[in-house]
Design a protein around this ligand. Structure first.
Ligand code: ADP
Ligand code: MG
Length: 317
């Protein structure tokens, strides 16, 4: 199988989306952007054995890669449209590619995001995805809109990504009682696309939690020139984690663990009940965990007392 057969077989799929004028197969893809919308795009590069285990299941490697990339669209309140993918492969392994392609298109179909092009080269195993989405003009959520007094909220549960990674590294005893929970937490995070779209009318700032709550809320604070105070008793921790580890470890994962891909956002107190009504009608769960303050930095309290924590998220360098 040569490079072109590989692309045709594993990555060329027809799409009927009215805005996608041309997909895989020509020198470029062609996308129509409606006059009242803006194109929003983001790129993620995943290097084998740095960002994923190269010997892991190819289907789940692909699923996770696209889910994580889509999470950036969710953070902006964008709806997915299409994506491109650069694949650097050490050799052509058809079984691996078949599984990879199945995982990739399962997520692409779930989120209506078509693969419209890419690049395929020989080299160390590296996956680069660029997702493209649409928002109404000037409607995107940003990190920079939080103001003093806004409430800080997060979706879903925190700490599950880090707990899932600990399980993969055989570092969490008792996890076999919840096998799907931890595996899915790590490999199949849910990009919060629906929530992001709903938040466009309510949130003053938003980010997705990829590096840990403290690091990512820290980005909102710096971009918005403010600080934040968190009430740690309000952090949403998933029941399996509560059952397997103590409060200190659960807090550490929730605050600093990363890989959760939930949304952290800020909302004015007078908008919050309207937002909560809207979200419960759509089955989206959020927790209010603190407030935006003057000054800079994030302070954490547990039952009224200052809480110490160790570091502020994953750094590559
Ligand atoms: P060119 O040499 O003009 O850059 P390529 O031979 O690299 O074109 O790619 C041929 C077609 O296949 C293009 O439409 C390109 O976008 C698509 N393509 C290449 N690699 C991938 C991939 N990994 N996933 C999806 N589409 C791909
Ligand atoms: Mg060309």
């Amino acid at each position: 199988m040569n490079e072109f057969e590989l692309i045709d077989h594993f990555f060329k799929r027809s799409t009927s989306h009215p805005l996608i004028k041309l997909g895989v197969g020509d020198d470029c893809a062609i996308i129509d952007v409606p006059a009242d919308q803006e194109l929003v795009f983001s790129m993620d590069t995943l290097v084998a054995d740095v960002h994923f285990f190269a010997d892991g299941p190819a289907k789940l490697i692909a699923e996770r890669a696209l889910r994580v990339c889509l999470s950036d669209l969710a953070a902006m309140g964008a709806e997915p449209l299409c994506f491109t993918m650069s694949l650097s492969l050490p050799h052509i392994n058809e079984d691996w590619l078949q599984n990879f392609s199945e995982g990739l298109f399962a997520v692409a179909n779930e989120f209506s995001c078509a693969l419209v092009g890419g690049d395929t080269v020989k080299g160390p195993l590296v996956i680069t995805l660029q997702v493209h989405g649409l928002v109404p003009k000037a409607g995107a959520l940003r990190r920079s809109g939080a103001t003093v007094g806004d409430l800080v909220a997060v979706s879903g549960h925190l700490g599950s990504g880090a707990a899932g990674l600990a399980v993969l590294k055989n570092k969490l005893r008792g996890s076999e009682r919840f096998p799907d929970f931890f595996r899915n937490s790590y490999f199949r995070p849910s990009p919060k696309i629906t929530l992001g779209v709903l938040l466009r009318d309510y949130a003053s700032a938003a980010i997705d939690i990829s590096d840990g709550l403290l690091a990512d809320l820290g980005h909102i604070c710096r971009a918005s020139h403010c600080g934040a105070r968190l009430k740690l008793e309000s952090l949403p921790i998933a029941p399996p984690i509560q059952q397997l580890v103590g409060e200190a470890q659960a807090m550490q994962w929730a605050l600093c663990g990363g890989d959760d891909y939930q949304l952290c956002f800020t909302v004015s107190p007078d908008q919050v009940s309207a937002l909560q009504d809207k979200l419960s009608a759509h089955g989206e769960e959020i927790s209010l965990i603190g407030q935006i303050t003057e000054g800079e930095g994030i302070s954490c309290c547990l039952h009224g007392e200052t809480y110490p924590f160790q570091h502020d998220g994953y750094r590559h360098f």
